[in-house]
Design a binder for this molecule. Structure first.
Ligand code: G6P
Length: 614
């Protein structure tokens, strides 16, 4: 979390940095700041609690003229979100200014050592310790700033993407990375840095993604050179990022989340295009076909993921077990990494992540690779750390997701998992050819079905207004739609701050049913599938106890239309694809309830989109 951005070149740095910070706000938004080197060589450092808009107001009337600068938007880890803890941080002498994304785990030891050398601290952050450590190293070693950064970072345990500038040096930024993302954008005699290449796509499409343990001095007008922490040169691998700026704007919608919900017919088409042949309904995923033997010989598949990606993985489990007959486990990456898991050489580990930067998922990949497993990635962000750390993979290609609550990434992930399961099933001979073609055809029809559901947005909006009073919600689903219930509940929690619990419908009677009363609405996904009748019985059990039911039902289901208190009808498809359809009304409902409650939908409190710390 935290977004960092920087510029050195011939243009004015401040507008570039502010625009970049706005685009990076999904990474954290509790305080923001910039450091600029003025004509006199002095560093002007401006920062405040709040969002980037607050920083802009704070900057009004201040001298921001400079062709070099660094900026930061924060998601607090060490120290409360206040002015003092906001980045950038000055070193003790004021000679250096630093921005940092990550966590310095051994900061206490380093801080104590610096205090014993006479250093005092203005903030409670680990980042201020780092800038002072760099200054101390430079003073004691009488070396260049880059050398000081390298020496200092060799003493650091933890995660970081940092950028440092020095008073009197308006041509250079030192940048380094370990476990937190850092892209360097290359212009004509100018450089940009950012936690996310998309934030600076207006200026360049040429990027170098720093790797772990790499440091660089980016210098106006000079070629890029990258070194490791010991000063040995690394390869400079320039990559092109294709993205249109309109993908980063709200496009007439009041929030990114609503735009992203409505984009889903198109994003799913982008995800499927070139992978499902519309004429033959054959599936091509080069990441699988090029590594066939791993999937053919797989003794087990283990999904590792967090949050929404973990929910999508639960659907992946059903798909793969059903279609490929390979045993599947779904693990929270954060648990997997710390529990000495049993990983065999014939295991295939599938890491699922929208951002491709989630620290726990990256750590899980590392463990799996060290144990000799083949690691496959399902990511959205092209060139992200997870995409690069995995042996192979498939991008979901749903375009930048900016709303903090994930929507189109979830449907994209389930779509990729369906294609993956079909293809592996076909390779292993475990899926019936007629069924394979039926599901592949159904994938192609999904965008149209989603369009139909989206037309119900006004209906869902009206319904949502009724439920803004509720303090608790239960979401129920079975089979493929149990993860949909979990995901629906997560959406509501994340953006409306209403407590919501997702459960397998039949588990209700083992405890949670005690919670049911007229004040506790239950959302049930009760579309026509092989557990439909059982779910209807669960609905009756809730109604018998005075509970209110909002049911997502299949078009034309008159039985539930009369039994549930409120219904949202959705078109049908093959059972395994139903989550992609039934999640849409739940996304809309969470959105409209949050809006009715006046919440900040795109930037809910305490959350960040890209969780690059443990
Ligand atoms: C954060 C986000 C969630 C996301 C999770 C996993 O908690 O707020 O929306 O599902 O991280 O992120 P990833 O990028 O790995 O899918």
């Amino acid at each position: 979390m935290c977004g960092i951005v920087g510029y050195v070149g011939h243009r004015q740095a401040y507008p570039i940095i502010i625009k970049g910070l706005h685009r990076l706000e999904y990474r954290g938004y509790d305080s923001a700041g910039v450091a600029l080197i003025g004509k006199d060589g002095q560093i002007g450092l401006y920062k405040c609690k709040g969002k980037v808009d607050d920083l802009e107001r704070f900057m009004a009337g201040k001298d921001a003229e400079s062709t070099i600068g660094i900026g930061h938007t924060r998601w607090a880890t060490h120290g409360a979100p206040n002015d003092a803890n906001a980045h950038p941080h000055f070193s003790q002498s004021g000679r250096l200014a630093l921005i940092h994304n990550g966590i310095i785990e051994n900061f206490r030891v380093l801080k104590d050592a610096l205090i014993s050398h006479g250093y005092t601290f203005r903030s409670s952050t680990d980042s201020e310790v780092l800038v002072n450590l760099i200054e101390y190293v430079q003073d004691t070693n009488e070396c260049t700033l880059e050398e000081a950064v390298r020496i200092a970072l060799r003493q650091v345990v933890g995660a970081y993407a940092i950028a440092v500038i020095k008073r009197g040096d308006p041509d250079r930024i030192i940048a380094a990375r370990q476990s937190s993302p850092m892209a360097i954008g290359i212009g004509e005699g100018e450089y940009f840095i950012s936690s996310d290449a998309a934030s600076i796509i207006d200026y360049t499409q040429k990027f170098v993604y720093l790797k772990d343990g790499e440091v660089t001095t980016i210098e106006k007008g000079k070629p890029l050179q990258i070194k490791n922490l010991y000063g040995e040169p690394s390869k400079v691998d320039i990559q092109k990022l294709e993205m249109s700026i309109s993908q980063l704007e709200k496009g007439g919608f009041p929030h990114f989340m609503l735009k992203e919900i409505h984009e889903q017919p198109d994003t799913l088409m982008d995800c499927i295009r070139g992978r499902v042949n519309p004429d033959t309904r054959e599936i091509v995923l080069s990441g699988v076909l090029d590594n066939k033997e791993h999937f053919l010989q797989a003794g087990r598949i283990i999904f590792v993921a967090c949050g929404t990606s973990w929910h999508a993985s639960l659907i992946g489990e059903h798909l793969i077990e059903n279609l490929c007959r390979i045993p599947v486990e779904v693990e929270y990456a954060s648990e997997f990494r710390y529990r000495n898991p049993i990983i065999r050489k014939d295991d295939v580990v599938i890491a699922v992540s929208q951002s491709g930067e989630t620290a726990d998922t990256l750590a899980a990949i590392d463990i799996a690779k060290r144990a000799g497993a083949f690691v496959y990635g399902i990511c959205n962000v092209v060139g992200s750390s997870i995409a690069r750390a995995t042996d192979s993979g498939t991008y979901i290609h749903v375009g930048p997701e900016i709303g903090v609550a994930s929507t189109k990434a979830f449907t994209g992930q389930v779509t990729v998992m369906t294609m993956l399961a079909l293809l592996i099933g076909k390779l292993r001979g475990t899926v019936d050819s007629a069924f394979y073609h039926e599901v592949a055809g159904a994938l192609l029809d999904l965008p149209e079905a989603i369009r139909k559901v989206l037309k119900k947005a006004p209906e869902v909006e009206k319904l949502s207004r009724i439920f803004t009073y509720a303090h608790n919600f239960i979401y129920l689903g079975r089979g493929y739609n149990y993860p949909t219930a979990l995901e629906g509940a997560l959406k509501l929690k994340e953006i409306s701050y209403i407590h919501a619990e997702g459960l397998p419908a039949a588990e209700m009677k083992h405890g949670p049913i005690a919670l049911i009363d007229a004040e506790m609405p239950t959302v049930v996904i009760a579309t026509l599938d092989h557990t439909y009748e059982k779910t209807v019985s669960n609905i009756e059990e809730i109604k018998a106890r005075g509970g209110k039911i909002i049911a997502v039902i299949s078009e034309g289901d008159t039985q539930l239309r009369h039994r549930a208190d409120y219904t949202i009808e959705v078109p049908g498809t093959v059972e395994c694809l139903m989550p992609i359809i039934s999640i849409i009304p739940l996304q809309l409902m969470a959105y409209y309830i949050a809006v009715s409650k006046g919440r900040n939908v795109d930037q809910p409190r305490n959350l960040a989109k890209s969780v690059t710390v443990e």
